[in-house]
Design a binder for this molecule. Structure first.
Ligand code: ISL
Length: 577
């Protein structure tokens, strides 16, 4: 490999377009809003941006349901504006990576409209249509199998017109594309990848990259959640028999669209996969994906089968889960990522630490210090750099997300609106819902909408926390803010990139200790010792050995590296000689 692998040491920033910046005061963020903030991202030290879907869409799943791959959703702007954005970012040396959502499209995409029109339409086989398994006594068609949609309810939707069901692993409005059909694949590749590569993007974040190869005999899934009428299809759809073949085809297609001078990257959302599959997806020799997102550390404390089942977890559990996302690449030619937030996750300060007024600032700085010393490509999600927190005291009816709404409907219809099940669900939503990350970005302390726009009612409610100083304008002015700390942290990662970005031989120090997260790692003759206090009390520690420990970065200004007591939420990085 002779080309520079810029993506390995990139500092990525994820933008959720609906909620980033509304430039024309219509309540929705837009492309011109993003353009107006590129210099802000540059000032943070960002070198690459991943933009969540901005394509034409009926927005049943916030743009992850695409109606036209080659057109910007008019509410977000025009194709010309996104092309200009790509140009302007490139002038600032910022790469642009866009979302590739091709497990499914919208039910309003012309392909699906044709497919559903008749049994013998040429595009019939572009989606998974199956006959009912039978009929109930009342004559209601029974779904082909017991698979559960990721958002709740059956993964099959009956279509009156042709009296068959179609598969949707996500919302009803997101029919799964049939990857087994080569004509369908070619059309998908051309519209979703070809078009955007020819227009200058630097790569793709590949949505649900593990789901394209299903067991097309569609057997029932084993019962893993007896309370539910439908079951997680798990291995019957994940990392399936043809998945690596499909990724090789995609990679080959992408390279055919660009000249030799360009280096593009792909980051695949892979969720849960064994190490063999992970290595196969990401080995440089496989020609599949540059790197992947895995889920152990963000799914912590929830059931893999249903994320709104909360269970307590210890710091040790989380440490092991975090390490799980990159330790497997050690000594191989594979690569991975390190992220604590994205548009599907709650806010990291709220979820992994303590977002109370006393703890929030030091805890957010500590998480930043931890993230910058993890091996892998680093991703920051919009608002993470401000230490944004979850919504508080929000009634279930105020949540927008299709995942919350669909599950709520299923659970309340089955158990009753006042049931224990609904109460448990509401509690889990307050901790876990995807909505927490999706509130409009707080650019200022100004009402009514925290500077997201001037006055129009935003598509989703603003988090009131902007009034408590959690906003870009106030944090910009405060040298001790989370935002200004992130600037230093990113600079430190760049200045020490060998050990911080590329370090290997990661070893936990005191893994069983549920108060501290500490580890060592190496790069050539360099060695790092990193230690983080995950409590709101002082915690004492001992250095692992009698070598020389030199503090080079930490959460607390003027900390004395030889003092072996950590303040609440204190984090420190040492060089070991
Ligand atoms: O968010 C999840 C759990 O609530 C995940 O299971 C999620 O559905 C899964 O990671 C796939 O996510 C991606 O594809 C979805 C979309 O809703 C998500 O926003 C996207 O990140 C369907 O396109």
């Amino acid at each position: 490999e002779t080309k520079p692998q810029w993506w390995k040491e990139a500092i990525f920033y994820q933008i959720y377009p609906a909620s980033f910046k509304d430039s024309n005061n219509d309540g929705w963020g837009d492309i011109n809003g993003i353009r107006s903030k590129l210099s802000y991202l540059k000032s943070l030290g960002i070198t690459a941006v991943w933009i969540s879907p901005f394509y034409d869409s009926p927005q049943k799943d916030m743009g992850y349901d695409i109606r036209d791959y080659d057109k910007v959703w008019p509410t977000y702007g025009t194709n010309d504006e996104i092309f200009q954005l790509i140009n302007e970012a490139h002038k600032l040396d910022i790469k642009i990576v866009v979302d590739l959502v091709i497990n499914h499209c919208s039910d309003e995409h012309k392909w699906f409209e044709e497919s559903r029109a008749s049994l013998n339409n040429p595009k019939r086989d572009w989606f998974y249509w199956r006959k009912p398994k039978g009929y109930t006594k009342e004559g209601k068609p029974i779904a082909p199998n017991n698979w559960r949609s990721c958002f709740g309810g059956s993964a099959w939707q009956y279509d009156e017109r042709t009296k068959e069901f179609y598969l949707h692993l996500f919302a009803v409005g997101q029919p799964d594309l049939n990857w087994e059909n080569p004509v369908c694949r070619a059309a998908v590749f051309e519209d979703s990848m070809g078009f955007w590569l020819r227009n200058g993007v630097d790569g793709f974040r590949i949505d649900t990259a593990f789901l394209y190869s299903k067991d097309t005999t569609f057997p029932d899934a084993p019962v893993t959640n007896p309370k539910d009428d439908f079951q997680d299809p798990g291995n019957l759809v994940s990392n399936g028999p043809r998945i690596h073949e499909f990724h090789k085809l995609m990679n080959h297609f992408m390279l055919s669209q660009i000249d030799d001078k360009r280096t593009i990257m792909t980051v695949g959302e892979v969720g849960h996969a064994g190490n063999d599959a992970r290595l196969s997806y990401t080995s440089a020799k496989s020609h599949e994906l540059s790197e992947i997102f895995t889920f152990k550390h963000t799914d912590i404390g929830t059931s893999e089968k249903f994320r709104y089942n909360l269970a307590p977890f210890t710091l040790k559990d989380w440490k092991l889960a975090v390490a799980d996302s990159f330790r497997w690449i050690n000594g191989t030619d594979s690569w991975s990522t390190i992220y604590f937030e994205n548009h599907d996750q709650a806010r990291s300060v709220s979820r992994f630490t303590d977002d109370s007024p006393e703890s929030r600032v030091p805890a957010a700085k500590m998480l930043a210090s931890l993230q910058i010393c993890m091996t892998g490509t680093m991703y920051v999600y919009q608002g993470q750099e401000l230490g944004c927190i979850n919504l508080k005291n929000t009634p279930l009816k105020d949540y927008e997300d299709v995942e919350v709404r669909t599950n709520y409907k299923v659970i309340s219809e089955k158990f009753g609106k006042d049931s224990q099940e609904v109460k448990e669900f509401a509690k889990a939503v307050a901790v876990m819902s995807r909505d927490h990350a999706r509130t409009p970005y707080p650019w200022s302390s100004k009402g009514p909408n925290a500077g997201f726009n001037d006055s129009a009612k935003p598509w989703f409610k603003v988090n009131e926390a902007y009034k408590d100083g959690i906003n870009e304008e106030d944090e910009e002015k405060d040298p001790k803010s989370v935002l200004n700390f992130w600037r230093k942290a990113i600079k430190t990662r760049k200045e020490n990139k060998n050990i911080l970005v590329y370090g290997y031989n990661f070893e936990f120090y005191e893994l069983d200790n549920n108060k501290i997260f500490a580890f060592t790692k190496e790069y050539d003759d360099q060695k790092l010792f990193a230690i983080f206090n995950f409590t709101k009390e002082d915690v004492s520690f001992q250095f692992p050995d009698s070598k020389k420990y030199t503090l080079f970065f930490g959460t607390h200004d003027n900390a004395d590296g030889s003092v072996t007591t950590l303040k609440p939420w204190e984090g420190r990085l040492y060089h070991v000689e």
